[in-house]
Design a protein around this ligand. Structure first.
Ligand code: FES
Length: 63
């Protein structure tokens, strides 16, 4: 959790199901572009059955 290249945007329901980002994750998020209220670092989302069918938007690194 240092580069921010795994930045993704979840829809609101998916964001609430993924749990809150840590303070450290928020610190890294301060260094990336196009952050939204439902942005997460995907490397910090703990995969669990409860996350089935979450919606995750990948960002275009060239946009
Ligand atoms: S912050 Fe580098 S892979 Fe997630």
């Amino acid at each position: 959790m240092a580069c921010g290249t795994c930045h993704v945007i979840l829809d609101e329901q998916s964001y609430s199901r993924a749990g809150e980002p840590s303070r450290e994750e928020n610190s890294v998020m301060d260094t990336v572009f196009n952050v939204t209220p439902t942005s997460r670092l995907s490397c910090q989302i703990v995969v669990a059955d409860s996350l089935d069918n979450i919606r995750v938007k990948l960002l275009d690194p060239w946009a």
